[in-house]
Write a protein that binds this ligand. Structure first.
Ligand SMILES: [Mg+2]
Length: 294
């Protein structure tokens, strides 16, 4: 059994369903039902007694244009654990690229970031290379960067606060740095932060990192540890956009790729390409009247 929820152009939802149904049946995915969820705005729910999620996904991508969606095997519910990436997911920037601008190195560093997030470079090596280039930058540049450059992603605080109000544990896990993630977590309402530490000496970045690196394996391990805390049947939501989010997206009950790099989008069972982060709440079936803004 498959349940898909889809938010797309309203005209597309109405006019393309017949063609999508035919394409689904051609791929061996029968349509058991399709209805708008009246409690959730422009969200359509499609059900099928079959279980080829990949085939269903390809039909939805082909027939409904730019959309937000989630495909799962049971009725979506409020998760027990929410874990999210920070850069380009909870905030609109890549912190290290913005910080690099203060060192006059943005083009060089941003080019490495882009390749790392596409999954073309080893994450840790690419991180250490970029941090090394920042050697000698004043620590005070971080505060200036936070204040002048870093902006929460639309819907981020509503997503975190609403899930928290429903008893969900909220964790920010980043391949970026505590210098940025701690204040951003406080702003958005996250209860816990896992990330990397920039080493500082004499008020300046040394170009090194203190302690172990938070990479894709640590992101996934953090998710699994949080699930274990909640017990055997705990459900989880992960959101992210980059290649280093893939193991965590795959391990979560609901792995939602937010305006993501192609490899992360393909690996996830949910995607948000059209709306803002509140689309995640719609896909989980949380009514707008229950949304919290903190
Ligand atoms: Mg990211």
């Amino acid at each position: 059994m498959l349940i898909a929820r889809l938010i797309a152009e309203p005209d597309h939802l109405n006019t393309r369903l017949d063609a999508a149904r035919a394409a689904m049946e051609e791929r061996g995915v029968r349509l058991a039902g399709a209805a708008m969820l009246d409690f959730c705005g422009q969200t359509m729910e499609i059900t099928s007694p079959d279980d080829d999620a990949q085939a269903l996904r390809e039909v939805l991508d082909t027939y409904f244009g730019t959309s937000d969606g989630l495909i799962c095997r049971d009725e979506p519910q409020v998760p027990d654990v929410f874990i999210s990436d920070m850069d380009s997911t909870m905030i609109g920037q890549e912190c290290i690229d913005e910080l690099a601008d203060f060192a006059g190195l943005k083009p060089q560093i941003a080019a490495i970031t882009e390749r790392a997030m596409q999954g073309e470079l080893d994450f840790e090596a690419a991180l250490r290379e970029r941090v090394g280039l920042l050697e000698g930058l004043a620590e005070s540049a971080i505060e200036e960067c936070l204040a002048s450059r870093i902006v929460p992603m639309p819907g981020a605080k509503t997503l975190v606060e609403t899930l928290k109000s429903r008893g969900c544990r909220t964790v920010l896990v980043t391949g970026g740095f505590h210098h940025f993630a701690d204040p951003i977590a406080r702003l958005l309402g996250f209860e816990h932060v896992v990330g990397n530490r920039l080493e500082v000496a004499g008020g300046k970045l040394t170009g090194g990192l203190a302690g172990p690196v938070t990479d894709s394996a640590v992101k996934k391990a953090t998710l699994l540890a949080e699930i274990a805390e909640k017990g055997d049947h705990a459900t989880s939501l992960a959101t992210g956009d980059g290649a280093n989010d893939i193991p965590m997206l795959e391990a979560a009950t609901y792995g939602i790729a937010y305006k993501a790099k192609p490899k992360a989008r393909v690996a996830a069972n949910g995607w948000v390409d059209r709306g803002d982060l509140t689309s995640v709440l719609r896909l989980l079936g949380i009514r707008q009247t229950d949304w919290q803004t903190g």
